[in-house]
Write a protein that binds this ligand. Sequence first.
Ligand code: SAH
Length: 232
Amino acid sequence: MKRGLVPCIITLLFVYARCQTTEPDYSDLREKMVKEQIIARGIKDRKVIKAMMEVPRHLFVPEKYRKEAYGDYPLPIGFGQTISQPYVVAFMTEAVELKSNYKVLEIGTGSGYQAAVLAEIVDSVFTVEIIGELSKRARKVIGELGYKNVFFRVGNGWYGWKEHAPYDAIIVTAAADSIPSALVEQLKDGGKMIVPIGPQFSLQFLYLIEKRKGKINTKSLLPVRFVPLRRQ
Ligand code: SAH
């Protein structure tokens, strides 16, 4: 009896260790995320839903957070910055009403996740990040995934990226204390921009800004909490 018990315990320990180290099935987690956090909360744009199903979010977060990548919350990506909650990414992407021939500007590359979601939908994505190391990491992940339509720049996004302006849509993923005027200038007439506005680490709102015949129309959409858009 006793002799049989030892191999049995060893086998059980082996099985337990395997269970601890096996990676979860990320495509199942992603599908669940899209159903429960995106579709169930009212995101309807099929292009956005499809993009959220395609992009492997777990590859954009630090390894230690990989298993949590599809959770309903933002996650740290280093340098005090965060990757936004999946729903907020989908909401912002839907709000600017993208078309496949669009050229889009993103301010705050961060992990590169939002840029990859945009790259699934539009013709070209120009993304600006102030922290060189984050831009470098995002460029690597996006390159390895094979996207050829994302262009990176390290710099201060308050001033946009003038060389490629005007843009059909602009997505700002860090909170500004006022609407950055350079970004409004770089938005095409008829284009939409979404930007979180509000005081640092306090209540902010996502604003949708539409430019028509040189005039801007602003609408506040959703309370949010973003890291600040640095002035310098
Ligand atoms: N879109 C990102 C999340 C961004 S978090 C993603 O999908 O992961 C906000 C990012 O904005 C941070 O990486 C921060 O460094 C960057 N940022 C803050 N101020 C900036 C500025 N003035 N110009 C460009 N990027 C800025």
